[in-house]
Design a protein around this ligand. Structure first.
Ligand SMILES: N[C@@H](CCC(=O)N[C@@H](CS)C(=O)NCC(=O)O)C(=O)O
Length: 180
């Protein structure tokens, strides 16, 4: 939608029908919108996710950990259907108040540890299993450089750019009469 006369409010008031699919369902408040607990499997690691680029980062790492023989990385994976608003259930918001997949629960701790944000989950798993994160100070720093790069810059170069360009901002040709 092209709307270059848009002036942001000082305080964002959520209004129904204010944009695309996810602009409509995201609100300036967090917390559960309905009561439903999460399913739980048999392994210590419980993953609540979906096969989106943010979601698959975590399953790729879990599978790589299993591949190098770390059997404690076995996990149960449950689909959170974000198109059906499953991210707003009481169970899911308890493990990620920001209502975004992926989210992980580690039941090998008492009380269980919740982890959200795909980058935080990657770091958590790498540290938990002492794998794929270099221990040398210099190498660890370089690895974290790229971890934070992929969290912040990569989405803007990839899907984020397309999403914002197509959905949020006016087409550049609408900006100025002087566009070639
Ligand atoms: N920075 C977050 C982004 C997660 C994210 O944007 N997840 C999307 C799917 S890829 C989502 O759950 N969207 C649901 C919504 O916006 O309601 C991360 O890396 O974990």
């Amino acid at each position: 939608m092209s709307n270059h006369n848009y002036v942001p409010n000082n305080v964002w008031q959520w209004q129904e029908g204010n944009g695309g699919k996810f602009a409509n369902i995201n609100r300036p408040t967090s917390g559960p919108r309905f009561d439903k607990s999460l399913p739980q499997g048999q392994h210590a690691l419980q993953l609540y996710s979906l096969a989106t680029p943010n979601g698959v980062k975590v399953t790729v790492l879990l599978e790589e950990l299993l591949e190098i023989g770390i059997s404690a990385a076995q996990y149960d994976a449950f689909t959170i259907d974000i198109m059906e608003s499953a991210q707003f259930s009481s169970g899911f918001t308890a493990i990620n108040p920001n209502s975004k997949i992926p989210a992980l629960v580690d039941n090998s701790h008492t009380p269980p540890i919740r982890v959200f944000e795909s980058g935080a989950i990657l770091l958590y798993l790498a540290e938990k299993f002492s794998a794929f994160l270099p221990t040398g100070f210099t190498e660890r720093t370089e690895c974290l450089n790229w971890l934070f790069w992929q969290m912040s810059s990569a989405p803007i170069l990839g899907g984020g750019f397309g999403h914002l360009y197509a959905c949020q901002y006016p087409h550049p040709n609408h900006h100025s009469k002087h566009t070639h």
